[in-house]
Design a protein around this ligand. Structure first.
Ligand code: BES
Ligand code: MN
Ligand code: MN
Length: 439
């Protein structure tokens, strides 16, 4: 592997560009400037686009010598999740370390290490004036916080692209690359309940007054899954089961029971492991993320807060589901209580496996990895992908993260093999997409 790629990655990983709270905005700026500098050094045009107070979007242009070549948009994100409990890390999250053939650091897999090979390959080809396609590079700094700015930018962008490559997902297993043809959408909800002016003594008033924590329980009971793991009918609206032909391809994926055992998880119900891919790829799910209220003493809390998120299956509509949830919550709110809701949504995405760009990409990945990719759905969300789909831009979502690279968790890692495969795959993809119909 080009040592330059690894050195560059270690550099980028040292910048704690956290977008999920608790980070320093100056570090997001530094991480953006770092990516912009790579593009500039390769002779590309670069702009840092600032929308509102969002972290800057890095937008770069690398031109092919062939003016009539198709244009490919290459996307990644430079923001990372917070490190959580630093004591749970074997080495500090922002002091990258190489052990056992992997780089350990926050962002190693999601998404700096996963994306950098794509940026590197494009810059490399540009420097040698050997780009087979025009490349528009978009690196955003708030993917982990909902992608508002990049969504706004893309909606207003009149130029578009003939295809997009997103390096922000994973392989099926250590030998098998994947193209993620489906991603779930999301409706995130934060709620605040107020049921009184102040906290009260639970002995003097208990039994006679509303308790905000009880009210939050009642509201949440309207939306959380039942003991069989299933959601109420209204929340399934619009979700279609995966087609038989697509389901047949899941046989190439590791069995659901293995996937759950690998992370030490307990299946939510008897059917969960066997239906793992159907459940996470083709069905919505709701998870409670946070509840905060009261204190462990004899108090009746006057206020309570909670956060939950509904992952949307392909074809479900975020605004419709958001309205449904709001109706369910408000209907369960006792007289006199106040309910404040804060929302963030992203639409799901699903691409046709037969799409020419996907077919070309599948061949390219087979050349890079020696094994044909599986076309799979992932339960995660990448908000920009639905926007690309809405613009009719066929998008290849792929990447080289493995299930044992715990992104979003302590000891996040990315294998050096993943870096190498990523670089080869990026070269193959950029060459393969030159065969797209000319614009
Ligand atoms: N890269 C992930 C999503 C992902 C992971 C897709 C693995 C496919 C395979 C991304 O950075 C992520 O974590 N997205 C958030 C988006 C949310 C904050 C809107 C997610 O899914 O929680
Ligand atoms: Mn990511
Ligand atoms: Mn992420």
């Amino acid at each position: 592997m080009a040592g330059a790629l690894l050195d560059d990655l270690l550099d980028w990983l040292r910048i704690p560009s956290i977008s999920t709270g608790g980070g320093d905005p100056a570090d997001l700026e530094r991480a953006a400037a770092w990516a912009a500098e790579r593009l500039r050094a390769a002779g590309g045009g670069v702009e840092l686009v600032r929308l509102g107070d969002a972290a800057p979007l890095v937008v770069g242009e690398l031109r092919s010598a062939d003016p009539g070549a198709p244009t490919v948009l290459a996307y990644g994100h430079y923001d990372v999740q917070g490190a959580g409990d630093e004591a749970a890390w074997d080495s500090p999250p922002f002091a990258p370390e190489i052990r056992d053939g992997r780089v350990f650091a926050r962002g190693a897999a999601d998404d700096k290490g996963n994306f950098l090979p794509l940026l590197h390959a494009a810059c490399d080809l540009a420097r040698r004036d050997a780009l087979p396609v025009h490349v528009r590079v978009v690196v955003e700094g708030e993917e982990e916080a909902g992608s508002l700015a990049v969504t706004e930018w893309l909606r207003a962008d009149a130029r578009g692209a003939d295809a997009a490559i997103v390096f922000d997902s994973g392989m099926a297993d250590a030998r098998t690359p994947a193209i993620t043809i489906g991603l779930r959408g999301i409706v995130m909800c934060r709620l605040a309940v107020r049921c009184g002016e102040r906290d009260l003594h639970s002995g003097l008033y208990g039994g006679a007054v509303l308790n905000a924590l009880h009210v939050v329980h009642r509201l949440l009971a309207e939306v959380v899954p039942g003991p069989d793991g299933g959601l109420r009918g209204e929340l399934l609206d619009g979700a279609e089961p995966a087609a038989e032909a697509e389901r047949a391809t899941w046989d190439r994926l590791p069995p659901g029971a293995e996937v759950l055992a690998e992370v030490g998880a307990i299946p939510s119900d008897a059917g969960a492991a066997a239906e793992f891919y159907e459940r996470t790829g083709a069905r919505p799910s709701l998870d409670l993320n946070h509840v905060e209220a009261g204190a462990p003493r004899t108090v009746v809390p006057a206020t309570a807060h909670a956060a939950f998120s509904l992952r949307l299956a392909p074809r479900q509509r975020a605004q419709a589901l958001r309205a449904t949830i709001e109706r369910l919550l408000r209907a369960a709110l006792p007289e006199g209580c106040e309910l404040e809701l804060e929302w963030h949504t992203a639409e799901p995405a699903l691409f046709e496996p037969g799409e020419p760009a996907i077919r070309l990409a599948a061949e390219a990945l087979e050349r890079a990895c020696g094994t044909p990719p599986v076309l799979m759905r992932s339960g995660g969300s990448i908000p920009i992908v639905a926007e690309l789909a809405a613009k009719g831009i066929p998008t290849i979502v792929t990447g080289f993260v493995l299930p044992d690279d715990p992104f979003h968790a302590p000891n996040e890692s990315f294998s050096l093999t993943g870096l190498e495969l990523g670089e080869r795959a990026a070269h193959e993809l950029l060459h393969a997409l030159a065969a797209l119909p000319r614009p």
